[in-house]
Design a protein around this ligand. Sequence first.
Ligand code: ZN
Length: 67
Amino acid sequence: MVNSSQRIFYSILMRKKDCERCKNSFSKLYRVRYIKSVKNWVFICESCVPEVKQDNKFYKYGGTWKG
Ligand SMILES: [Zn+2]
């Protein structure tokens, strides 16, 4: 059972995700793949994108997530 106040609290929590790289929370993240061995998409923040993107042939952009 989830009452309405719990549901509101839950949605506030869900508005942010952690960046895979710098571990900070953001309400906007980029869904990317940047390591050959990693099959799953990861979410990274705007400032980490250029860092993983640079000279990386495995880098792949999979969309933008907004909380
Ligand atoms: Zn980051």
